[in-house]
Design a binder for this molecule. Sequence first.
Ligand code: ARG
Ligand code: ZN
Length: 472
Amino acid sequence: MKRGLAAGIAAVIAVGGCTSGRNSTTDRPSAPAASFAPGAPGAGDPYFPKYGNGGYDVGDYDIKARFDPATGRLDGTATITATATQDLSSFNLDLAHLTASEVTVDGRPATSRAEGNELVVTPPVGLPKGRPFTTVVKYGGVPEPINNEALGKGGWFRTADGAFAVGQPESASTWFPVNDHPSDKATYKLSMTVPDGLEVISNGVPGPRTSADGWTTWNWSEGSPMASYLATVAIGQYRITTSRHGGKPMIVAVPESVPADGPAAKSLARTGEITDFLETQFGPYPFDANGGVVVADDRLDYALETQSRPVYGDTFFSGGENSTVVAHELGHQWFGDSLALERWQDIWLNEGFATYAEWLWQEHEGKATVAESFDRTYSKFEDWSQPTGKPGPDGIFDPAVYDRGAMTLYALRKAMGDAAFAGLLKSWAARNRDGNVTTDEFIAAAKQAAGGVDLDPVFQAWLYGTTKPPRP
Ligand code: ARG
Ligand code: ZN
């Protein structure tokens, strides 16, 4: 799902206006014309050119799968509704380590072949630009995480009693066929069948649960457009707490191995309260559900802002209650999730804002003012050579992105004034809700909100400079 009404209109005009007056959207079972070409095997991200694919735009994923913890096998059917963005002769989906056994496009058998972690699908007839089409992929295998040398492992992790899928910048392609890049947001439905007695937690709103022959099917749906790396699932023995907050389902899950009244459970229990506070800073919470999942596994040494249901590695709570990490992941629901990246280089738009959300929460809690958090960070920050707005593909999780990103926002606030900056945070979130954003768009929005203050020196020094900027 791509934002941009103008682009949508242009596509319609292009389809309607091409060729000799024939309606090119008519389904003619003729051979593809010469203009039909394969979709690109990557979405063209400057940092990760192979991630995602070109030539189409997904609207919805409907995944029905069965996971057997005894064998580690995952078998599923993914129904992917998309629109061609060029005249397509074939297109790629990302699918790592799993095998597609049968593929159809609009109900007709398509040929498919695996090329590394890509599934190349060739439909029997070309797909004209602007045409909606439905791809059904039957697939299966024993999933494995993807290893990125610099950034760590992401994707499907098998555990003693189940599995979980978490990762950034890549994860989804280890458990379903996908256009695995945040620029192509889509809605999601997940129907996951597991042995009776296990729980399944995923994004969004819970649906009905059904049981037959010793297996239980859990249904979840995320109705707001979501970047693929934000899709998550946790399968295992969990204690699920269901309530409502702000009229929306609040679902918190903690492993049975973790104490029900311990620091992890107590920290996640503050999700509603922290959301309420962040709404005063960023505007309305953008999704239909809320909550969180704690995962107890040594391999997960981070938390992730998985949409409407962040996942927290339990190490965050080994020193006691930690509402700061909850504020960070909830801050991402606005910045990172509702406003997703168009390209990974701009990740400070996620992490700088989420770190700033921590500072706001700590001020609210009476622990440290935002100015004190800035001062502490500014005085201990060491490597100013790595620009926040250009951290490099191996540096997307570095302090230059998190700490210097939050310091950039503080410097901006000082330059434009508290009131204008507070207005900018809300208008940025409201105007780009459910969309994709870039740093250049944020700079333009800030300039508009600043009413004549020259912000170029601030962005130049804080986002792109390679030396320590003066204290704002
Ligand atoms: N975005 C996550 C956060 O909330 C961090 C993910 C780190 N990922 C990784 N592969 N190290 O800060
Ligand atoms: Zn973060």
